[in-house]
Design a protein around this ligand. Structure first.
Ligand code: NDP
Length: 445
């Protein structure tokens, strides 16, 4: 494999798909050596077959708002790779959604799902629909219209979608309802379901919990822990919420949350009733940062800024891709941050990652550190198949064990001669090897 040549060819074929090209570039650089040591990969064109999605579906989603006005959005499902199991990956509803973003997410998901050790292939989907400011009735009508097309290509042994940005328990409920009606089957095809109809305990918190468990494993290698640490979190969605809850439980103080318009710094820490208040705001599809600073006057709202400028020991980016750049990374390092664990997918730019690695900081890339969400989705599917439901303690214990195993795999493939663990390299190689070997076993298809 010649990484530069491959990337040039890919850029020619998919010009302008910057997020997808960024995600592929990062993986290719990590796996180049091991790939070239295994000539069987080259002769089966494993990498050329792995970087292109198996299938991309785009479709029109027409829906009507509360005033009777019709709207059209674009719906997508990218089925990336099913070598190790049925396609699996979330749905994102956000105005920024496009093919490049969904292809980067589907590509990442393939490696992430491989790392979990569960039999899940990679996929991603969603729409450029913006749920912000919409009524529940509008969101329901949109979800139903989206599923009218998607249901044709999903199934419990084919493709199992879940949530992502803009898609939480409410949206999963609306989509599951219409899927059930169309297919006449109650087969658990979506994960992140409500507790009363096949959902798993701990699934809502799982991604954030897993990000903290992964960070805890990294910290242990330096005889450190969350206890007494200052933690900065970005976003305040499904992932950030779980991360804040678990970091606080482990004795840390979380100082920040953020939205696209800026971040909140709360010198008293963000926990307890403050989290309940934030959850209420989220449930009514409102912005959170400004109202929070009005409700808790000691908290400061830093408009147009990102939480990485505030001093912390541990940073947990939990909002979106490329939300932490080179300047942010330098600031974190200068301010003494010792650990970054990514709850979001690809939140750090390549230049920021370079700074973390140069400074030999504990850096857990999203495809490893946020794999707890999809792992618990896998556990939800297992409970559905067995027609039983585990207690919260049972699910959390299994999740913690999976995160420990992912950490071990990253150490196995990412430990450098001086003892520093390059978790990004480790995650990419460990994820790749399993998928590549499964593809070899199954022939050229
Ligand atoms: P949510 O929609 O629940 O939350 C996203 C949060 O990030 C919101 O608070 C949102 O603010 C904020 N946000 C969005 N854009 C920006 C921005 N440019 N700058 C700062 N904040 C921003 O999504 P999730 O929590 O589900 O997902 C967050 C990340 O985690 C994504 O990268 C996703 O792919 C990843 N992920 C999610 C998993 C899951 O289980 N949900 C699993 C694995 C990864 P606002 O609402 O005001 O727009």
């Amino acid at each position: 494999m010649n990484v530069d040549k491959l990337l040039i060819e890919l850029e020619k074929k998919h010009s302008g798909e910057s997020e997808y090209l960024q995600a592929v570039g990062e993986v290719l650089e990590s796996i180049e050596d091991i790939y070239n040591q295994n000539p069987q990969f080259e002769s089966a064109a494993i990498i050329e077959r792995l970087i292109e999605p198996d299938r991309v579906l785009t479709f029109k989603v027409a829906w009507v708002d509360d005033q009777g006005q019709a709207h059209v959005n674009i719906g997508y499902r990218v089925q990336f790779n099913n070598a190790i199991g049925p396609y699996k990956g979330g749905l994102r509803f956000h105005p920024s959604v496009n093919l490049s973003i969904l292809k980067f997410l589907g590509f990442e998901q393939t490696f992430k799902n491989s790392l979990t050790t569960l039999p899940m292939g990679g996929a991603k989907g969603g729409s450029d629909f913006n749920p912000k400011g919409k009524s529940n009735a509008e969101i329901m009508r949109f979800c139903q219209a989206y599923m009218l097309e998607l249901w044709k290509i999903i199934g419990p042994d084919t493709d199992i979608p879940a949530g992502d940005i803009g898609v939480g328990g409410k949206e999963i409920g609306y989509m599951y309802g219409i899927y059930k009606k169309l297919s006449s089957e109650h087969n658990g095809v979506l994960t992140g379901k409500g507790r009363n109809w096949g959902g798993s305990l701990i699934r809502p918190e799982a991604t954030g919990f897993g990000t903290v468990f992964f960070a805890e494993e990294m910290l242990k290698t330096k005889n450190e822990s969350f206890k007494g640490k200052i933690v900065n979190v970005s976003g305040f969605g499904n992932v950030a919420w779980g991360a804040i809850k678990k970091a606080t439980e482990l004795g840390a103080r979380v100082m920040t949350i953020s939205g696209p318009d800026g971040y909140i710094y709360d010198p008293d820490g963000i926990s307890g009733e403050k989290i309940d208040y934030l959850m209420e705001l989220r449930a009514s599809n409102q912005d959170i940062a400004k109202p929070y600073s009005y409700e808790f006057p000691d908290a400061q709202f830093h408009e147009g800024k990102r939480p990485w400028e505030a001093k912390c020991d541990i940073a947990l980016p939990c909002a979106t891709q490329n939300e932490l750049d080179e300047t942010d990374a330098k600031m974190l390092v200068q301010n003494g941050c010792i650990c970054i664990s990514e709850g979001a997918n690809m939140p750090s730019t390549p230049e920021a990652i370079e700074i973390f690695l140069e400074n030999k900081i504990l850096y857990g890339p999203g495809k490893a550190a946020n794999a707890g969400g999809v792992s618990t989705s896998g556990l939800e599917q297992t409970q559905n198949a067995m027609k039983l439901s585990w207690t919260a303690e049972e699910v959390e214990e299994k999740l913690n064990l999976i995160m420990k195993n992912i950490h071990e795999s990253c150490v196995k493939y990412g430990k450098e001669p001086d003892g520093y663990v390059n978790y990004m390299k480790g995650a990419n190689i460990a994820g790749f090897m399993k998928v590549a070997n499964a593809m070899l076993d199954q022939g050229v298809i």
